[in-house]
Design a protein around this ligand. Structure first.
Ligand SMILES: Cc1ncc(COP(=O)(O)O)c(C=O)c1O
Length: 375
């Protein structure tokens, strides 16, 4: 039996999406910028995809841009708005629990003379709104906060932050890294200026991302080339990836109702892990319904992750991009946990494809491993 419980790292593609991608690659291979019939057909596919994506996010199709993934969307959102706002100010506010895609951009902007304030999160994984309010300034040009953390699953108060930004910072662009929310809960992007997504997090193809940019929000192109995407992102459209993204998002949004069941399974895992002696970080409320972040007391999580992998069960320690690193979860440390606790962190993330049998199998195997390792 193969049990995949690492859905915050990536998800299994919906078979219907894979079929659609294959069909487009074989039959609709025109370049949307070409004038002939095949080009027009490809252009129609891109336009129809934008309409479907925009409808799911309650925004306009011309506010949807395509990238190679959330990392590119984030780079574009952050650097584009910082560079184009630099005459107004160089002050930026973000949180210390952001994904490394955001943190790395911020470090790069810092090296270029921008002043960045990082807001901490408490032990519950939620960033401190009072601290946030104090840091916002009239000359703040950019604010970036994630909608839900990829390691803990804890949701951040992005709607409230959006209101605070509007009230205090006249010129600030508010970007939301919404990667871990898409397909798990309904999203209305209207109150944000920009938002980033990766299709592979909602059963779409890897290498396909979305950037939502509200009409009128300033930016500059990061990828320069042809006049595609209203002159803001050069390069031939990834037609099959775009169509796969739209199809996956439609299906994932239709499946959001399944998350009531998934949440029950997730909560059951939390209760069982607590009985096994683990410290549970994720709270049942204010979290995306699929994630459990738990800490093995006085043990490194990699031993358990590897032992489960030998049994065909796939979970994670910290985030996928840092799980091979020798130090503990940066996010947990930013929340005030010790290095030992951060080293003991495990993440179990479900999807709308997860079954109750898989959850039972995982729990039985984990119990055996923990007793064998004498936790
Ligand atoms: C919250 C968050 N932001 C950004 C990313 C980057 O996504 P990608 O690696 O698809 O570019 C991830 C991926 O793990 C993520 O979880």
């Amino acid at each position: 039996m193969k049990v995949y419980l690492d859905n915050n790292a990536t998800t299994k593609i919906y078979p219907e999406v894979a079929e659609k991608i294959k069909e487009i690659m074989i039959n609709s291979y025109g370049n949307p910028s070409s004038l002939h019939q095949l080009g027009l057909e490809a252009q129609d596919i891109v336009e129809e995809s934008s309409e479907r994506i925009a409808k799911n996010f309650n925004v306009n199709p011309f506010e949807i841009y395509y990238t190679s993934g959330a990392t590119e969307s984030i780079n574009w959102a952050l650097k584009g708005s910082a560079y184009s706002g630099k005459k107004t100010g160089k002050h930026i506010v973000t949180s210390s629990i952001e994904h490394s895609a955001v943190i790395s951009c911020m470090k790069s902007l810092e090296r270029q003379g921008y002043e960045i304030d990082y807001i901490n999160a408490g032990k519950n994984g939620i960033i401190d709104l009072n601290e946030f309010e104090k840091k916002l300034r009239k000359d703040t040009v950019l604010v970036s906060v994630m909608s839900a953390n990829n390691e803990t699953g804890m949701k951040q108060p992005v709607e409230k932050i959006s209101e605070m930004v509007r009230e205090i910072s006249e010129y600030a662009v508010f970007h939301v890294d919404a990667v871990q929310s898409a397909g798990k809960e309904m999203l209305d992007l209207k109150s944000f200026d920009m938002a980033s997504f990766s299709a592979h997090k909602f059963h779409g193809p890897k290498g396909s991302g979305i950037l939502y940019k509200k009409e009128g929000i300033r930016t500059i192109p990061l990828i320069e080339g042809g006049s595609q995407q209203r002159g803001l992102r050069g390069g031939t459209y990834n037609v099959h990836g775009i169509a796969g993204t739209a199809e996956a998002l439609d299906m994932a949004v239709k499946n959001i109702c399944k998350y009531e069941e998934i949440k029950k399974m997730r909560n059951y895992i939390m209760e069982e892990l607590e009985k096994y002696g683990l410290l549970i970080i994720t709270e049942k409320e204010n979290s995306v319904p699929n994630t459990v972040c738990a800490v093995l007391r006085k043990r490194r999580a990699d031993t358990v992750v590897n032992a489960l992998s030998d049994e065909g069960i796939y979970i994670s320690r910290s985030s996928a991009c840092s799980s091979r690193s020798e130090s503990g979860s940066r996010v947990l440390k930013a929340m005030g946990y010790t290095e030992d606790e951060a080293m003991g962190m495990m993440r179990i993330s479900l999807s709308d494809m997860t079954t109750a049998d898989e959850v039972e199998y995982f729990l039985i195997k984990l119990k055996n491993i923990l007793s064998f390792l004498k936790f």
